[in-house]
Design a protein around this ligand. Structure first.
Ligand SMILES: [Zn+2]
Length: 718
């Protein structure tokens, strides 16, 4: 996933503390107070590469005053624009708005680092207090009547027709974000709207923190006689994790996906598997202080009430209006096209697994905590593919070099490590590369990489920016970052990762390339369209299994031998393996998300609702949703993916369709002509062009569903 949130006029981004647009040229001329001048989080970025964040000087005590000052400065700038005696023009209104708030952007960069990479109880206290205040601030801009009137005049006026196409689209995007965000409301409705936003920000943050608390609080400690089946690397990491928690000599199975997944796949201890499974899928659902069930109900009800104020029937209708899918019905149609094929495949998968269990005389019925374990046995049996064997050829450092190679071939980017200590980082694990143009030699930006797991770091993998490209005051170069949770190897030993983790690595790097290749002039045009932003990243995953990458970078960590052709062939054959499980656990969550957001949720009991929905969908007993409601952070910890979790599948359709284009091109995945078309039409333009039109420009037609069904190994519907 990519944690880059749409930030039309910065509104959405601030509410959820996500993608930030920092700046290089801040002179902070609004600040007179000398103590604020010294605030490290608010200060303009100095140093090389157009200025870089002062990650080495982050001081939590400075956060609250910096946020407060940043909000005040932004509001002051907005007031100046709103009260301009001159009639509204593109320049004095739209461009001025685009330029406003950069001081706060810088603070939000640090806020996001604390929120995701370096979370502590002390930060979370500030976060709980400040999230609603940021929402209130955001609403103050959205509901600034005078400002909206100026935008409206421009949107409806004559000047617009004389603007460039990207500028016209910018005017529309900004107008639309106001209208969709309550700008047209008056009186009580307006006040209620603001109150709802504030409360939502507060409880969505609480939701996220409850999940994190359960991930940190529940650790299963096992002893040396309970390690059967587990890989060496996993055992070592578990031992280190136990030592870190003062349990020397034991092994800690932490309550995160990256720990749960390999444990359930490999542990021979069925009772322990059940325990780990139950604990993981009970996050936020333990009836204690961190239980999220009541919050789910409140979040849904508030969202519904809010869009009703704007005259929408339901939340999903409001949410999807400016997405590529346009309507909830379009998204549902796609999910429903995949669902029966996924269920049918699960039946086959379970039968295969049961046969193996029976043959081994295990005398059991496949339960959810057995699925990954027996799937791994089927994988070995059917494809003779052992994940650990594959891992020996997947070294993190080599894979990173492979990504740089691909970026060089497709984007003409060159990655060079920055001189030691020239760019501040927030943790010693973080490394930084300079990105330049291969032919021009021109500086493009920096790429930060924070690869390893640590306490206080959000689980999973994500990409984000600390600064986006624009040309408002000269060219601003991009500061992009990738973040993952690999387990650090022993000193001097390479970090070996799984095939799916390697895909994720390429995926997140795809987001980074998307940011780095931006050529848009205005910050708002960098914002992603949720069901489209995963496309670029998902497409990049395909380059992992291209010949050039395989031959040069997938080499054995001890012998240096290239991964054998026949092993690659087996990996490719196994690519559609277990897609019944993968699509079912995903689509179930996506369908539940749509149901939640297409109904009137008054008085909802989410626990009962989830059960009923799964029964109606005929969810197989052997699988649970990828994200159950009480920990479905994608849709409840912010509005980033709410009524939008289907977006991964939507992007999959585009991805598979585009991948087939490359597979069929004369130069294959390194076809110069197609690569140029891809970068020009689908990467550099951001949201300056309607995504559907951009895709048509690249492909010569709309995407079709056939390729995605083939990519899952499912039959193609008529
Ligand atoms: Zn992503």
């Amino acid at each position: 996933m990519g944690l880059r949130f749409p930030a039309v006029v910065l509104f959405a981004a601030l509410a959820i503390g996500a993608a930030c647009t920092g700046q290089t040229t801040g002179t902070n001329d609004h600040m007179n107070d000398s103590t604020l001048d010294a605030n490290v989080l608010l200060a303009g970025w100095t140093g090389p590469y157009g200025g870089v964040p002062a990650f080495d000087g982050m001081d939590l005590a400075a956060l609250k005053p910096a946020l407060e000052a940043g909000m005040t400065m932004h509001l002051d700038q907005i007031e100046v624009i709103a009260n301009d005696p001159e009639p509204p023009t593109f320049e004095n209104t739209i461009v001025a708005m685009e330029r406003a708030g950069r001081d706060l952007d810088r603070v939000m960069t640090y806020w996001a680092i604390w929120g995701r990479n370096l979370s502590t109880p002390e930060f979370r206290e500030i976060q709980v207090e400040m999230a609603p205040r940021l929402a209130e601030f955001r609403t103050k801009i959205t509901q600034n009547r005078a400002l909206f009137e100026r935008v409206k005049l421009l949107y409806e006026g004559d000047e617009k027709a004389s603007l460039r196409e990207d500028q016209q689209r910018l005017v529309w995007l900004i107008y639309d974000s106001f209208a969709r965000d309550g700008a047209t409301l008056e009186g009580d409705a307006k006040a209620r709207y603001a109150a709802i936003n504030q409360r939502l920000a507060q409880i969505q943050t609480q939701f996220a923190n409850n999940v994190l608390a359960d991930e940190e609080a529940y650790v299963l400690y096992i002893s040396s006689d309970q390690l059967s089946g587990l890989a060496d690397s996993f055992v070592k990491a578990a031992a280190a994790a136990a030592t870190e928690r003062d349990r020397d000599g034991q092994y800690a199975i932490t309550n995160t996906r990256s720990s749960m997944d390999p444990f359930l796949t490999f542990s021979d201890e069925r009772e322990l598997r059940e325990k780990v499974w139950r604990t993981f899928y009970s996050r936020g659902d333990n009836g204690d202080d961190h239980d999220n069930n009541a919050l789910v109900a409140e979040i849904l009800q508030l969202r519904h009430e809010r869009v009703r104020l704007l005259g929408y029937e339901n939340y999903a209708q409001w949410r999807l209006e400016n997405r590529m899918a346009k309507t909830p019905e379009n998204a549902l149609e796609l999910l429903r096209a995949v669902w029966p094929a996924a269920l049918a495949r699960v039946k086959e998968e379970v039968a295969d697994m049961q046969a193996i269990a029976d043959a081994q005389g295990a005398s059991l019925t496949i339960e959810p905590w057995d699925y990954r374990y027996y799937a791994e046995r089927v994988r070995k049996d059917k494809y003779d593919l052992d994940s650990n064997e594959v891992k020996q050829y997947l070294q993190l450092d080599k894979l990173r070099e492979a990504m740089f190679f691909v970026a060089g071939e497709l984007f003409a980017f060159v990655f060079t490590p920055v001189p030691e200590n020239s760019v501040p980082v927030f943790h010693e694990d973080v490394q930084v590369w300079e990105v330049t143009g291969k032919t021009s030699g021109e500086h493009v930006g920096l790429w930060y990489f924070d690869p390893f797991a640590r306490p206080g770091k959000r689980s999973g993998a994500w990409a984000t920016t600390y600064r986006d490209h624009d040309t408002l005051d000269g060219k601003r170069t991009v500061l992009a970052s990738n973040n993952s949770n690999f387990i650090k190897g022993a000193p001097g030993k390479p970090v070996l990762i799984s095939w799916s983790d390697a895909e994720t690595l390429f995926h997140e790097f795809g987001h980074a390339l998307h940011y780095l290749s931006s050529s848009v002039d205005y910050p708002t045009l960098n914002d992603g369209v949720r069901d489209y932003t995963e496309f670029q990243s998902q497409l990049l995953e395909h380059w992992l299994s291209t010949e050039k990458v395989i031959d040069n970078y997938l080499v054995h960590h001890e012998t240096g031998q290239t991964i054998p052709d026949e092993l690659v062939a087996r990996i490719k054959r196994a690519a559609t393996f277990n897609q019944g499980f993968a699509q079912t656990e995903y689509v179930a969550s996506a369908l539940l998300d749509m149901r939640y957001h297409m109904m009137d949720p008054t008085g909802i009991d989410s626990d009962a609702f989830e059960r009923k929905a799964m029964a109606e969908l005929q969810m197989p007993d052997e699988i649970v949703m990828r994200h159950r409601s009480p920990h479905f952070a994608h849709i409840f910890s912010s509005e980033g993916y709410s009524a939008g979790y289907y977006g991964y599948l939507w992007a999959d359709v585009l991805t598979a369709d585009a991948a087939e284009a490359f597979a069929g091109a004369p130069g294959g995945f390194y076809d110069r002509d197609l690569a140029r078309k891809l970068v020009e039409n689908l990467f550099t333009v951001g949201n300056a062009v309607d995504p559907a039109a951009a895709y048509r420009e690249f492909r010569g037609r709309d995407a079709e569903i056939g390729p995605v069904m083939r990519s899952y190994g499912f039959p193609v519907p008529d």
